[in-house]
Design a protein around this ligand. Structure first.
Ligand code: C2E
Ligand code: CA
Ligand code: CA
Length: 386
């Protein structure tokens, strides 16, 4: 579902009073007049970046105003679900507050030639704008980007520290935005997780990972980051299993990374891991050491791989406490039969120290940044020759 732009000529009505409120709009270009229901007065003139038409969508009532293009305008349409799904997910008190505000706002709308309270209206407009308008636009753009494959998947090498050879890759997402450039997954993954788009982003990632796995030697693995919504979806694991089977790939070559912050509900986490194991996948505890989980949780959950978070590696040479913590993680992981990956290795000295500590794998800019599938394939003979 791509986001939809609509265009209006000066003087053309966008909607009339009394019509069904089937969408809201953000003005991309031009200016729009909001009129009283009977078109007799201009209440407000809105320009680029502003939202309108959301009131009827919020309380599912008919339009209590009319909207007319003042100049040539381009509008970005916001679907009711984009607003109402979020509203349904919010605290009931916030829902009630929005209800009250809407009622007050409607009472303020001029009827029969009254003059509107321009100050209050502009204040409300500012509040609405600051409360995530740009997010709506970004969400729509992300949807388009996912559909047109502008969300890319890159692969960062993971090196076997006993042989210094590339043993696998972590799949990471990148969004190439036409105006904003490369947007970090820290920003858009959270946005995607708030909606169901993470499912679509996730399928892009695993389809590409499987595509790459089918072209790499059998000994090479790929790890992918998964979100709670994916793991909670009944179709997720069967879909990957099917794709792997179709391509004749052993599921052990695909490892699923779960961040420590996803493990707040230990029973839930145990279930996820169990289901992944049943499907034949290995499971990694990502960003280990930064979340809430304690040692007991780690012992209770049967992870196959522990990824030591970058914060510990960054200062492993200079900070005695962090170095002791890394040593403790190594001892613990070995006792529990888990493999270890140290993330964020940038310097040779860190690489050497972690090698001495008998950490199994290293990942970081020292070995290489994430690269496109075609770069991985072009370097294949270098990466995997004997
Ligand atoms: P992560 O899983 O911890 O991934 C490692 C991050 O550290 C990546 O950032 C990687 O580029 C960066 N990195 C690797 N080596 C070094 C290094 O030596 N130094 C430094 N400073 N950074 C290094 P990136 O790609 O920006 O990803 C950020 C996070 O976004 C990831 O953290 C992961 O949690 C999430 N993410 C990325 N792609 C996906 C995805 O497709 N799905 C989901 N659910 N999450 C994703
Ligand atoms: Ca990860
Ligand atoms: Ca990590």
């Amino acid at each position: 579902m791509a986001f939809h732009l609509s265009f209006f000529k000066p003087g053309q009505y966008i909607f009339h009073g009394g019509e069904r409120s089937d969408r809201a709009y953000i003005i991309e270009k031009g200016s729009v007049e909001i009129l009283t229901e009977d078109n007799s007065d201009v209440i407000h003139t809105l320009s680029s970046g502003e939202l309108f038409g959301e009131m009827g969508v919020l309380d599912q009532s008919v339009r209590s105003t009319a909207a007319k293009a003042k100049t040539q305008v381009t509008l970005l349409e916001i679907k009711p679900e984009q607003i109402t799904d979020r509203l349904n997910d919010t605290d009931p008190i916030i829902q009630a507050l929005i209800g009250v505000l809407l009622k007050r706002l409607r009472a303020l709308l001029p009827k029969n030639g009254d003059t509107p309270d321009a100050d209050l209206l502009s204040h409300v407009a500012t509040v609405i704008e600051q409360s995530g308008l740009s997010k709506f636009r970004l969400e729509s753009e992300l949807r388009t980007a996912v559909n047109s494959e502008k969300v890319q998947t890159v692969f960062q090498p993971i090196v076997d520290l006993s042989t210094n050879r590339v043993a696998g890759f972590e799949a990471l997402s990148r969004w190439l935005h036409p105006k904003l450039g490369v947007i970090s997954p820290f920003e858009f993954i959270t946005l995607a997780e708030e909606t169901d788009m993470i499912i679509e982003v996730g399928s892009l990632v695993f389809n590409r990972a499987i595509d790459l796995l089918s072209q790499l030697p059998d000994s090479v693995f790929i790890t992918i980051n998964v979100s709670a919504k994916q793991l909670n979806s009944a179709e997720f694991l069967p879909a990957i299993s099917q794709r792997l089977a179709d391509n004749d790939i052993n599921p052990k070559r695909l490892k699923l990374e779960i961040t420590e912050t996803m493990m707040v509900d230990i029973k839930q986490a145990a279930q996820w891991i169990e289901r992944c194991h049943q499907a034949g996948f290995r499971v990694c505890a990502d960003d280990f050491g930064t979340g809430y989980s304690g040692l007991q949780q780690l012992i209770d959950l049967s992870f196959d791989v522990l990824k030591i978070d970058q914060v510990f590696i960054r200062s492993v040479l200079t900070n005695e406490v962090n170095r002791t913590l890394v040593e403790a993680m190594v001892t613990l992981a070995k006792k529990l039969g888990m493999q270890l990956v140290a993330e964020g290795i940038e310097h040779e000295a860190q690489h050497k120290l972690l090698q001495e500590m008998t950490v199994d794998y290293g990942q970081g800019y020292y070995y290489g940044k994430a690269m496109s599938i075609s770069d991985v394939l072009a370097q294949m003979s270098q990466l995997f020759s004997d």
